[in-house]
Design a protein around this ligand. Structure first.
Ligand SMILES: [Zn+2]
Length: 346
């Protein structure tokens, strides 16, 4: 049996939600990952340091005692975010980064930013103190085709921010297009991007195979195969500007399988197995560790983890569990529906 040992990975983009879902999903992340950047789009959103501290406590309560895990907290940027409070929260370590959602871009993003110019004074301070800005990079204009929203955001908004503030540390999150890859590759050294397992695994056909497949619906929406191939190439060639952010985003099954199903793929359970398989299929298994355990930490100026995990290639494909139980309800676990032989031993 083939076996590899890698530095314990970090997941630089997770949604833990709250309450009963939080209790169920946190251990799915802490089993394989040492640190995560936690998204603030709760109802109501995490807008300030005090709310982040309280949310962090709820997450910590859900971490199994056998796992060592550090949640890195974020606040949700609005046009009203208090600059001096944000500065203090970063300096005293309670808030790690700021998340920019264009208003209406995804789940619970109604109070996001409508006019980037209005938040520039906040971004200037972040650039000065070294605080990272995490961006959901899609425009929300109804007249822009849903498959073009990332590209238009880059052209109309991201380019403006990068040119005004080249010293600001920016992560363009969960990128999905070849245009995003080129923009990041050519961008300044403070600009990097996270990529999800599901955008590496599937193209947009997966949303419609044999009928509508709500569990493959997420935002940014999956794109054409040529974009997926570009994403896979970017990560398997080992470019340090691209690192893992799973964007694991649980919703109850009934809220996905609905006339207006929620966006989000819950993938933390098998992310490492799926990624190992994708990298092996590309004959690039030796690049996996950098993508999941090194490049993200370097971008955020954090130490590389000391612990290790082992991945073992089984003789037969794994049988993946389809659901995670949340009391008497379930969250469907992402399954890319190709054979996966890699199991994680911790
Ligand atoms: Zn997300």
């Amino acid at each position: 049996m083939e076996e590899i040992e890698i530095i314990k990975p970090d997941d630089w983009h997770v949604h833990f939600r709250d309450n009963e879902i939080l209790k169920a999903v946190v251990p799915e992340t802490t089993r394989h990952f040492a640190r995560s950047i936690v998204m603030p789009n709760l109802i109501p959103p995490i807008l300030n340091a005090n709310q982040a501290i309280e949310y962090r406590k709820r997450i910590e309560k859900a971490i199994p005692p056998t796992d060592s895990f550090e949640p890195l907290m974020t606040v949700y940027l609005t046009e009203e975010t208090n600059k001096s409070e944000l500065k203090n929260a970063y300096k005293n370590g309670t808030v790690f980064a700021v998340k920019l959602y264009p208003a209406g871009a995804t789940t619970n993003s109604e109070s996001g930013v409508k006019d980037i110019k209005k938040v520039m004074p906040i971004l200037e301070i972040m650039a000065k103190i070294g605080m990272p800005l995490l961006i959901h990079g899609e425009v929300t204009d109804k007249e822009i085709d849903i498959f073009d929203r990332e590209k238009v955001f880059i052209d109309q908004k991201l380019d403006f921010i990068c040119k005004k503030l080249p010293e600001l540390k920016i992560t363009l999150e969960h990128i999905t297009t070849k245009e995003a890859i080129s923009y990041i590759e050519e961008g300044n050294k403070n600009l990097a991007a996270s990529i999800t397992p599901h955008h590496l695994a599937l193209n947009r056909n997966a949303i419609f195979v044999g009928g509508i497949r709500p569990h493959n619906y997420c935002l940014p929406i999956m794109k054409r195969e040529e974009h997926r191939i570009a994403l896979v190439k970017a990560v398997t060639t080992g470019n340090p500007k691209f690192f893992l952010g799973t964007d694991t985003a649980p919703h109850l099954k009934k809220d996905k399988e609905s006339a207006c199903g929620c966006a989000g793929v819950f993938n933390s359970t098998y992310s490492m197995s799926i990624l190992a398989q994708i990298f092996e299929n590309e004959k690039s298994l030796q690049k996996l560790e950098s993508f999941v355990s090194i490049y993200g930490a370097n971008h955020y100026n954090l130490k590389i983890n000391k612990e290790k995990i082992k991945l073992i290639k089984m003789d037969k494909p794994l049988k993946l569990n389809s659901s995670l139980y949340v009391n008497f309800e379930t969250v469907s676990i992402f399954n890319p529906e190709f054979p996966i032989f890699w199991d994680v031993i911790v």
